[in-house]
Design a protein around this ligand. Structure first.
Ligand code: MG
Length: 165
């Protein structure tokens, strides 16, 4: 039942996502560099400070926080064997026909408009630097976090494209 008195915990959600991502080994400076490298060829005036600011703005968006919390928790719960079968095996084996990881990620990629969809498709295939290191780590369940990273890069790239258009 929807509780209209409930106040959305913006700060707690932001802190949760940032802390969990850092625990998982995400380096936000590296993420900013990935974004910068991919966008500076289109926007020669782009600076790293700008990219860091846009990344920070994006990380505060509720649409991002909601989808990121679900994604991060599903990886963790699968890792800790709390998820029921057959869902656990589907997630653990990153089954190609699953697609819920991409669905959650696409909502994030589209925060700043549909240009994010195109960007997401690109990063999902290219698996640039930091994203790739998650996709190929066999020790952890990474089914959701790699798409989450690609989506964040895609969303910020979309924001940059609009700002400089
Ligand atoms: Mg995935």
């Amino acid at each position: 039942m929807m509780n209209r008195q409930f106040k959305y915990p913006d700060t707690k959600a932001y802190n949760f996502v940032m802390e969990r991502m850092k625990e998982r080994g995400v380096d936000f400076d590296e993420l900013a560099k990935t974004i910068y490298k991919s966008q500076v060829k289109f926007e020669p005036n782009l600076s790293m400070d700008r990219v860091k600011q846009y990344l920070e703005d994006t990380m505060h968006k509720r649409e991002l926080l909601n989808n990121a919390m679900v994604a991060l928790e599903l990886d963790r719960l699968t890792q800790e064997k709390v998820i029921a079968e057959p869902l656990a095996s589907i997630i653990k084996n990153d089954a190609g026909v699953f697609g819920v990881d991409e669905t959650l990620a696409l909502q994030i990629a589209n925060i700043y408009g549909t240009i994010g969809t195109t960007n997401f498709g690109f990063y999902d295939r290219e698996k640039d630097g930091i994203i790739d290191s998650f996709d190929t780590d066999p020790e952890h369940v990474n089914t959701f976090i790699d798409d989450l990273l690609a989506a964040i890069v895609a969303a910020v790239s979309g924001k940059i494209a609009h700002k400089y258009a």
